[in-house]
Design a protein around this ligand. Sequence first.
Ligand code: CDP
Length: 227
Amino acid sequence: MTEGTKNIVVTIDGPAGAGKSTVARAAAARIGLPYLDTGALYRAAALKLKQAGIAPEEGERITGALSSIDIELLPDGRITACGEDVTKAIRTPEVDRIVSAYAARGEVREALISIQRAQAANGLVADGRDMGTVVFPDAELKIFLTASAEERARRRCLERRAKGEEADYDVVLKEVNERDHYDMTREIAPLRPAPGCIILDSSDMDAEAVTDVIASLAGEFMEQNRR
Ligand code: CDP
């Protein structure tokens, strides 16, 4: 591959449980680009703010606190906040429940946007809610990955049970629907397909099939650009 043709930005947005992180990580490895998990940044911010006793409504305190929380994504995939490894702590059902309320706040989004853009110098695959609409509007390839709420809840239950946690399908379905509602109706950077994106419904596709589609679209783009 010619030097320079690989430095593309691929964005994968979509609702909770659509399989974004699995597919984004696999596609990034296949294409040979770094992977950026922006949900992890929002989770780390929510966890630390909650621990500090700061509610989502406390805008000024949020800005002050986030300026010193210092969230870092390490090359090996771990994430730290204030130097503490929070990789596991951000994946609990409690963080699942609180993260969207913090993520709806402009103060939180503003603090995290520069961390995200700073990672893109050599191209990347980024997954989240507003990658194609707000953070990387000029991305070369934009995907909106979705699936039915029922299928997403089923996947989330499997994920939790695989970690040894309990998961009641009806409760998880309700949580998935609530988080979708929050993410799609918030005023700032709501979840929606970006202009020019490709919409992929993964209800009947496994992660490998979705990864194949994304990697081949990225490959086509790079091939065209080489000519
Ligand atoms: O993996 P899952 O889809 O459950 O969530 P995630 O990608 O880890 O993101 C957790 C939450 O962070 C989402 O429900 C959004 O509220 C928020 N988020 C966001 O607002 N913008 C992003 N770019 C990424 C996540």
